[in-house]
Ligand binder design. Structure first.
Ligand code: CAA
Length: 259
């Protein structure tokens, strides 16, 4: 499959997806959403692919937001009737296999929101995160006010949304927005290496671990603990569970079937 706005390549069991509109700092328009939705669906459907990395082309930006030039002429009825931005939830967030955002440069507005849709973010030391929508007379629309607040807490999220202030990589790591920082020059290698680590582990267990942590992010504690227990019990039915435990006892590496 060929795409207009992204590049997709497979490196063994890792899918690398690159936002590819560097002239617009990888701004996110409807074509990008359609391409990303198709790429993530293909990744999810391919039993040979086990983890993905999403990054931006060019050193300057992961993505500088939703495409302002696409939005400027729309009126409120257009946004409402098209349920504008809803496709990010169904096309990207719904991905069941794990994926990592590798962020360098600007991740602003929808770009920050897209990075936060990932299972985790690895940041290059040049990364800058922000929700500057207020400066355009709007507010986050792709989940940013919710995910940022859950990730970094009310004080920082509120300050960022109300002022449009950017957070650099060091602050983002301190605040828990990113899992770690690496030199920008090493970002892609590090993200691909981390994805390869995940890809080498039992794939159903990876999907279930992802679902469990997301439930913690999205529901209350007792509901989350019950769901975790049920998902754990479901995983015990897999052949990989039997293999994993047997391999441990026999002091050898497991060989995974993916079921
Ligand atoms: N949409 C459309 N085009 C964008 C864009 C965006 N979000 N961000 C940058 N671009 C374009 C610029 O228009 C420019 O194109 P031209 O060369 O055709 O003029 C090109 O990318 C390069 O950008 P700049 O010349 O502005 O680069 P800079 O280095 O001077 O500034 C920047 C970089 C600070 C990131 C600046 O581009 C900027 O502020 N961008 C907008 C950031 C923003 O407001 N994002 C939120 C968008 S709204 C949103 O995302 C809603 C939501 O919640 C989902």
């Amino acid at each position: 499959m060929t795409y207009e706005t992204i590049l997709v390549e497979q490196r063994d069991a890792v899918t690398l997806i690159t936002l590819n509109r560097p002239q617009a700092l990888n701004a996110l328009n409807s074509d990008v959403l359609a391409d990303l939705s198709a790429a993530f669906a293909a990744f999810d459907a391919d039993p040979g692919q086990r983890c993905a990395v999403l990054t931006g082309s060019g050193e300057k930006a992961f993505a500088a937001g939703a495409d302002i030039k696409e939005m400027v002429e729309k009126d409120a009825a257009d946004f409402f009737l098209q349920d504008f931005f809803s496709g990010w939830q169904t096309g990207v967030v719904a991905t069941r296999k794990p994926w990592i955002a590798a962020v360098q440069g600007f991740a602003l507005g929808g770009g920050c929101e897209l990075a936060m849709m990932a299972d985790f973010i690895i940041a290059g030391d040049t990364a800058k995160f922000g929700q500057p929508e207020i400066k355009l007379g709007v507010a986050p629309g792709m989940g940013g006010s919710q995910r940022l607040t859950r990730a970094v807490g009310k004080a920082k999220a509120m300050e960022m949304c109300l002022t449009g202030r950017m957070m650099d990589a060091a602050e983002a790591e301190r605040a828990g927005l990113v899992s770690r920082i690496v030199p920008a020059a090493d970002l892609l290698d590090e993200a691909l290496k981390t994805a390869a680590t995940i890809a080498a582990l039992p794939p159903m267990a990876a999907m279930v671990n992802k679902e469990m942590v997301n439930i913690a992010f999205e529901t209350g504690l007792s509901q989350g603990i019950l769901t975790e227990r049920r998902l754990f019990q479901i995983l015990t039915a897999t052949e990989d569970r039997k293999e994993g435990m047997t391999a441990f006892i026999e002091k050898r590496q497991g060989v995974w079937k993916g079921r």
